[in-house]
Design a protein around this ligand. Structure first.
Ligand SMILES: C[S@@+](CC[C@H](N)C(=O)[O-])C[C@H]1O[C@@H](n2cnc3c(N)ncnc32)[C@H](O)[C@@H]1O
Length: 294
């Protein structure tokens, strides 16, 4: 949503056959030509190992966050209701021209403000843009917001570069002495446009696991390939534990309210006001929704 959008404009121009200049990734003096066709204009291959793995985790209405030119959305929209968001208006235009049915300008770090609670059954963010969360706290907030807009039992697939792996050849890479964390800084240049500097925090899968605690998500599986990983997260089903105290029910049924009162008045091994007796814990009944703490 910046005014200069060299990344989005270059991809849109490529799609229209109008790209005369390369898209450049830059960190100081170091540059790399961004391989637009290879990165964004392939097709999602459900029969490949990686494609099958990814598809196996996605079900229900899907949110594709940072959908780029729509490679993955174009596939998934044939199977699931799919909403693609992108901060770049050029990329939204590109996706629509390529046949994406629901492409919107949107920010994956403002999900709570954008979508209603429980809107999606699954979510996808491929391209390491999750690193733009910028910090462990930012990642926690992102996961909490993602929990808000997804249903109980939802799933998500995210990717990233693992700082525990040798990443020195990654353009813009900056090491961090803290285990499982690193930084990456770069910007894009295209045809006279210079984009804003992008700051990525790199998180190891264990750091994602740590950030997920208390957000409702947990890391279910990690698939790694030479320092690059994809991970599947699942969101807990909200369960209510109903404790049925058999003695209490019994006293109620036989009309011994004096004993019921005694149960509540007594401090027992079950704690203040607890009733002694057999307890049945009924779990697994999903009862609805919980607003998660951000
Ligand atoms: C490397 S590309 C990946 C595109 C696509 N997912 C793919 O795999 O082809 C990363 C994408 O994330 C998008 N992005 C960056 N910041 C974002 C944000 N705040 N919300 C949503 N998408 C964002 C970028 O515009 C870019 O298209």
């Amino acid at each position: 949503m910046t005014t200069a959008d060299p990344f989005g404009r270059a991809i849109r121009d490529f799609h229209r056959g109008e790209q005369d200049e390369p898209l450049i990734d830059r960190d100081g003096e170091e540059t790399r030509v961004h391989p637009i066709e290879d990165f964004y204009f392939g097709t999602f291959d459900r029969d490949s190992e990686q494609g099958a793995w990814c598809a196996s985790w996605l079900d229900g209405a899907l949110l594709d966050m940072g959908a780029g030119a729509g490679r993955d959305t174009l596939h998934f929209q044939e199977h699931l209701e799919t909403v693609a968001i992108e901060p770049s208006a050029h990329l939204v235009e590109t996706m629509r021209e390529r046949g994406v049915r629901d492409a919107r300008v949107g920010d994956m770090f403002a999900l709570r403000e954008t979508f209603e609670r429980d809107r999606f059954g699954s979510a996808l963010a491929i391209g390491t843009q999750v690193g733009l969360a910028g910090s462990m706290q930012g990642l926690r907030r992102f996961l909490s917001d993602l929990a808000f807009v997804t249903m109980p039992g939802a799933s998500a697939v995210l990717d990233g570069y693992d700082p525990n792996h040798e990443s020195e050849d990654l353009l813009g890479y900056r090491a961090d002495p803290t285990r499982g964390l690193a930084h990456r800084v770069l910007h894009f240049e295209y045809d006279g446009d210079v984009g804003e500097t992008l700051y990525f925090r790199l998180f190891s899968p264990d750091r994602v696991r740590e950030a997920a605690v208390g957000t409702g998500w947990s890391v279910a599986e990690v698939s790694t390939d030479a320092g690059y990983y994809r991970l599947a997260l699942t969101k807990e089903l909200l369960v209510v534990a109903a404790v049925v105290r058999v003695d209490l029910l019994h006293f109620l049924l036989i009309g011994r309210f004096d004993l019921v009162r005694a149960c509540f008045g007594r401090k027992s091994e079950h704690g203040e006001g607890g009733a002694r007796g057999i307890e049945f814990v009924l779990v697994g009944c999903e009862v609805g929704r919980v607003e998660r703490q951000s």
